[in-house]
Write a protein that binds this ligand. Structure first.
Ligand code: GLA
Length: 631
């Protein structure tokens, strides 16, 4: 084909135009990625960003506690409250569920979250741990670390540092390009979390700092400590910040003394508090909160609200508390936290008070408050089928045979990573009745059955009398991991399941069959589609699974699940684990976000240990139970 002169001219012209466009675009990106030199500085009594004094007005939202479809909504509401900096932890246990297997996709797409913050004009302070506390199982550390019986978490024990190195190799390379200096929103990075109140290894903080810096973290480093740990938590080269709910002049004076002429920041101003099962719902009065915020700002300090929006401990990810109470108690499923933006994204009195306070620190009007999502109390869904725990066992992997009990982390499942969460069933044959003693080896609580008949509950403390009976009976212990402790010095002791010998009449029991009941999506799907379900005409057996469908004709809306006629268990919606329910409260409703529902048929399934009235109810508002003032 021969081109005419005019055609040749046109081709040449388009080549020139395209090259010019490409050149401009690439130089735009070069510029975007070119290093910015005016990053966050902490060399005088105020922070300086972009060459100007800068007050951090921060708020925490953990992406892993909010469905991805709502990230933008929550961050827009944050922006509209006058907050200029988003802070978030990074949960190692979700990002590396098995050693060497990493997940940064979908709801765990940290880079997408950082990008979103950037697009909405929020700066970011990243708190990558590796330990994060946060009322999160084992403070965010993966349970497979505990397979090593000599493990010393949060120390320079080589088994721990090797795992951190490998995780940080993956994590930090994702963070580096989002740093301010390279054109991104990350203006500061926190080194570990409240190490001062743990402080088991004087070399550890330097190791974590180096692990960040050697992988390319160049922004301002910070540490964050509560009053108990303030004196031991710092590391050279990082700005110390403090955590509290009530302003303690002594802590502020301490910061002034150790860091004269440097900016002061409250990294965690606790806007509310967390709740435990079997306890009350904590509230921190809005006016008291506003008074402390006003005072912090008046003192020219920077602030981060922990939490600005708490979200939810979906699945089995809640932590537990062991400090200051006789025996550990698990965190509830909601992480509403009595925060300024509620679990379901509603504005609260705290939000309005804060917006008013923060507006005084902006020269322009704050953005409009986004509209709220609609809520719906769907008609109750009547359960139509059930399947006993015993009949569900065919859908999980073959049981493991072991002479002695094995804790869940050391079970040969999940490619040698053990079982992390959920329930484990231990079975053995017994030849008499008598006293069953846990020997303090049951974590956290076991429902006990003889030939599938419920006989009682044992936990770390309780003993149980087993009735006499026929020659040979199957003793089954369904042990629930209710959540690993997330704070305090007992992190290394958080193995779950049966962690040592248990005894019948002072004789250790032997020859166990052990089933891992993690209730992961593959199991839930297999179960739901099985032909073994039994109609509700036939009396259900507990513990068991219960299922029904929710038909939604219009666009799905946010809702809350309510189970007043049920005891204790776990709720699944369209195969997704929403979290635990427990009639002991305080929490009475489980948040079910609209993006996890679809128009048409939705599969609802409940694992229930005790009882059921055969109905799943819905509510348009949350009920967190009887309240108590945090003070
Ligand atoms: C500490 C931790 C946080 C969180 C709060 C309490 O400050 O750093 O992760 O556990 O306590 O909510």
């Amino acid at each position: 084909m021969r081109l005419s002169l005019k055609q040749r001219y046109l081709v040449l012209l388009s080549v020139v135009v395209c090259s010019l466009i490409l050149y401009h675009r690439s130089s735009f990106f070069r510029e975007r990625r070119m290093s910015r030199t005016d990053k966050l500085q902490a060399n005088s009594s105020e922070f300086v960003l972009r060459g100007k004094p800068f007050r951090i007005l921060g708020g925490s939202i953990h992406y892993f506690r909010v469905p991805r479809a709502y990230w933008e909504d929550r961050l827009l509401k944050m922006k509209a409250c006058g907050i200029n900096t988003l802070t978030t932890y990074v949960p190692w246990n979700l990002h590396e569920p098995e050693r060497g297997v990493f997940n940064f996709e979908d709801d765990l797409d940290l880079e997408a979250y950082l990008k979103l913050a950037e697009n909405l004009g929020l700066w970011v302070i990243l708190r990558p741990g590796p330990y994060i506390c946060a009322e999160w199982d084992l403070g965010g550390l993966p349970s497979w670390l505990l397979r090593d019986h000599n493990m010393k978490l949060r120390t320079t024990y080589p088994g721990f540092t090797k795992a951190v190195d490998s995780y940080f190799d993956h994590l930090i390379q994702k963070v580096v390009p989002h740093q301010y200096s390279l054109g991104g929103p990350v203006i500061a990075v926190q080194v570990e979390n409240e190490y001062g109140s743990f402080a088991k290894d004087a070399q550890y903080m330097a190791f974590i700092k180096e692990a960040l810096v050697s992988r390319g973290i160049t922004e301002l480093l910070m540490t964050s400590d509560n009053t108990a740990g303030l004196k031991l938590g710092g590391v050279e080269g990082a700005l110390e910040t403090i955590n509290f709910q009530k302003l303690n002049p002594k802590d502020v004076a301490y910061l002034d003394a150790v860091q004269p002429q440097r900016p002061k920041m409250v990294m965690e101003f606790w806007s509310g508090w967390f709740d435990l099962w079997g306890d009350l719902h904590h509230v921190f009065p809005a006016e008291d909160m506003a008074a402390v915020v006003t005072e912090i700002l008046r003192m020219e300090m920077s602030i981060n609200l922990y939490m600005f929006h708490g979200g939810t401990n979906f699945g089995f990810m809640n932590g537990a508390l062991a400090v200051g109470i006789p025996s550990p108690k698990a965190m509830i499923t909601s992480y509403d936290y009595d925060a300024p933006l509620s679990e379901a994204g509603d504005y609260t009195t705290k939000y309005r008070l804060l917006r008013n306070i923060f507006s005084q620190y902006h020269t322009q009007d704050l953005p409009k408050m986004p509209f709220l999502h609609e809520r719906q109390a769907y008609q109750p869904a009547v359960i139509h089928q059930h399947l006993s725990l015993w009949d569900s066992l065919q859908f999980i992997d073959k049981p493991f045979k072991s002479e002695s009990p094995v804790n869940m982390e050391n079970l040969p499942v999940n490619n040698h990573n053990g079982q992390s969460y959920g329930y484990t069933l231990y079975q053995t044959l017994i030849h008499s009745g008598g006293t069953l003693s846990s020997n303090k080896h049951i974590r956290d609580r076991a429902l006990v059955f003889l030939d599938k008949q419920f006989v009682g509950v044992v936990d770390n403390e309780l003993e149980l009398t087993l009735p006499e009976g026929k020659e040979k009976r199957t003793l089954s212990l369904l042990v629930e991991n209710a959540g690993r402790v997330n704070y305090g010095k007992t992190l290394d002791d958080q193995r779950k399941g049966i962690v040592g010998d248990i005894e019948l009449n002072k004789q250790p029991l032997r020859d166990f069959l052990i089933y891992s009941l993690e209730m992961k999506p593959a199991f839930v799907n297999k179960l739901q589609t099985s032909g073994d379900w039994i109609h509700m005409h036939q009396k259900p057996i507990f513990p068991g699974f219960f299922q029904t469908k929710l038909h939604i004709r219009t666009q799905p809306k946010d809702t809350f699940i309510k189970l007043p006629g049920w005891g204790k268990g776990v709720v699944f919606v369209n195969g997704r684990n929403l979290g635990r329910h427990n009639s002991v409260g305080p929490q009475q409703t489980l948040y079910l976000p609209a993006p996890w529902l679809s128009r048409g048929e939705n599969q609802l399934m409940v694992f229930e240990e005790e009882e059921s009235d055969g109905k799943i109810q819905f509510s348009s508002s949350a009920d967190y139970g009887m309240t108590v003032d945090v003070q």
